[in-house]
Design a protein. Structure first.
Length: 84
């Protein structure tokens, strides 16, 4: 694995991993009242565009971590809707 891909995987691990504690906490507390709905929608749209970009340039780190981020973000949107 070359340095660029290694750097991409490290960055993706950190940025995608940053969403995980909030997702877990929301599941545990069954509360998302302090999370902005607009932030979640914008986040999902942004990572979806990054995912498409990664596919277009054939970048595995961008594809993998933005797909995971999209799933986590979408999960947060679903939690936000279901915990109203």
């Amino acid at each position: 694995m070359d340095f660029n891909n290694l750097l991409g995987f490290m960055a993706g691990t950190l940025t995608t991993g940053a969403l995980l504690p909030q997702f877990v906490k929301s599941l545990q507390t069954r509360s998302t009242k302090d999370i902005s709905s607009w932030m979640l929608v914008i986040l999902c749209l942004g990572v979806l565009l990054w995912l498409i970009y990664g596919i277009l340039i054939h970048s595995l780190p961008i594809i993998v971590f933005n797909a995971l981020s999209f799933v986590l973000g979408l999960g947060m949107v679903i939690l936000k809707i279901s915990y109203r």
